[in-house]
Design a binder for this molecule. Structure first.
Ligand code: PXG
Length: 475
């Protein structure tokens, strides 16, 4: 079919996730047809470096025939059976065992789901159930963070802290509170215009968590949920003081720690889990995305011994599960994905080789006049766009981030914008040469963005009204 035919059918029949349906209908979709390694290809013949690994998930890169073979073999053997009613199948069992081997030593159980959102629904059910079984049914409050993303189901949306999402989804799940995020550049430096050090700010954010626990009453608080590094919120890498200070706070109170590893899990930060990178011992870890390198949908919750033992010994039946919990084909692909990551030393490669290399190359963008801050950790990176004349954000109406994102696409690079924060999260198999290409394209895109913004300002205000982007519906 021709590109225009696809566009027309897409416009007529397809409602896209996180999309202004009308605006996209007018603009038309990009049709991605195939992919290999770190590159995607579209129906108009463009080859584009996918510096987002799809949606933070294609960790092993595109086109891995071993994953295709694992799926095909499993489809032939047993395309579907469930894990309900005292049944299971080899792929689910083998994947569970392997995951628990890779997870921190105190995590020896996994509950499978079909996605990260379902994983966080499971988290919500599990933590409240845990405390009820412990004889503390009042411990129901879950503390999350502002601007967090934990998924799009009602529980995921409620745990998340994105105000525009909350405005559409209510009423939300009760007894979820949000505390401030450790986003020094956006919150402290720009929004508040103060220059407290990142380390002080990190400790202040941990103190805000403690204040919230005291306000709600420890006897009413079930858990704190957070990502090691906030992904969708804008690749927010907390100040070094943040996690140690949060650990100190949590040690004073009896509440569970849930680390959302949907993005940071499976090598993104140079360890199997972001929690290991930050030396955290969570009670629960929701996982998805990189678990199967995105080849098939699968997620889950890794459960620490403390919670698992209570659920097993005292819980009776847990009335929760999904038709596709531990789907055999998804599980077979996830297992093969983890085996390949292990055999090829992908996690160590991120930690010792491409992670430090990206950090070094990415940091060279700091000198660009549009860039107010550069940060990276493992294979996550961000650039904060600012107006060089004021050192502040550009007026929202200029849509600087969206403009930069669109210029990236035209140059052959997928780089996301979250407001005016540009973010990357490339496949973990990216080579040094491809990192050079990525950084070169990002620099070109920044130059192009600067030129276009200057032209607009000269034309006395925004000449072109920019369509609200998918990303901006969240920021
Ligand atoms: N937790 C985190 C930390 C996530 O990033 C989810 C849970 C939900 O997972 P599912 O599989 O239900 O989507 C996510 C998902 C983006 C973007 O544009 C990010 C996600 C999903 C879609 C888009 O950054 N993260």
């Amino acid at each position: 079919m021709h590109t225009e035919t696809y566009r027309q059918l897409d416009r007529d029949h397809h409602l896209h996730p996180f999309t202004d349906f009308k605006a996209l209908g007018e603009e038309g979709s990009r049709i991605v047809t195939h992919a290999e390694g770190v590159y995607i290809h579209d129906s108009e013949g463009n080859r584009i470096l996918d510096a987002m690994a799809g949606l933070w998930c294609v960790n092993l890169g595109y086109g891995r025939q071993e994953l295709v073979a694992a799926a095909t073999a499993q489809l032939r053997e047993l395309p579907y059976y469930n894990n309900f009613f005292k049944s299971t199948h080899p792929p689910a069992v083998k994947l569970a065992e392997m995951l628990c081997r890779l997870a921190p030593a105190h995590m020896n159980r996994v509950f499978f789901t079909g996605s990260g959102s379902e994983a966080n629904d499971t988290v919500l059910r599990m933590v409240r159930r845990y405390w009820a079984l412990e004889g503390k049914p009042d411990k129901q409050w879950i503390i999350a963070r502002e601007n967090a993303y934990h998924g799009s189901t009602v529980a995921g949306l409620s745990l998340g802290g994105m105000a525009p999402m909350h405005a559409q989804g209510g009423p939300l799940v009760p007894k979820i509170a949000h505390v401030r995020q450790p986003y020094w550049f956006g919150e402290r430096k720009l929004a508040e215009g103060r220059d407290t050090s990142p380390e002080t700010f990190g400790r202040e954010c941990a103190a805000a968590l403690e204040a919230k626990i005291l306000e709600l009453g420890e006897e009413n608080v079930a858990a704190f949920i957070a990502e090691p590094v906030q992904g969708a919120g804008g690749a927010i890498i907390p100040p070094e003081s943040y996690w140690p200070a949060v650990k100190e706070v949590l040690a004073r109170y009896d509440i569970l720690l849930v680390m959302d590893e949907v993005i940071c899990g499976f090598g993104r930060l140079g360890e199997w889990f972001g929690s290991v990178h930050y030396d955290l011992q969570p009670d629960l870890m929701p996982i998805a995305k990189g678990l199967s390198s995105g080849y098939l949908p699968i997620g889950g919750v890794l459960v620490g011994d403390r919670v698992a033992e209570t659920l097993i010994e005292r819980g009776g039946e847990f009335f929760h599960g999904f038709t596709y919990s531990g789907h055999p084909v998804c599980a077979a692909v996830a297992l093969k994905n983890l085996e390949l990551m292990q055999a090829e030393g992908i996690v160590e490669r991120v930690r010792d080789d491409v992670g430090p290399y990206l950090a070094e190359r990415w940091a060279t963008l700091a000198g660009h006049p549009l860039v107010g801050e550069v940060r990276s950790r493992g294979l996550i990176g961000a650039l904060e766009l600012i107006d060089p004349d004021t050192g502040e954000r550009f007026p929202k109406s200029l849509g600087a981030g969206t403009l930069c994102r669109d210029i990236c696409f035209d140059l052959g690079l997928v780089m996301r914008s979250v407001g005016d924060t540009m973010i990357i999260s490339p496949p973990l198999v990216i080579t040094r040469a491809e990192i050079d290409e990525l950084v070169g394209l990002a620099r070109e895109a920044l130059d192009g963005t600067a030129r276009r913004l200057a032209a607009r300002e000269q034309a006395d205000g925004p000449a072109i009204m920019i369509q609200p982007s998918i990303e901006e519906s969240r920021s």
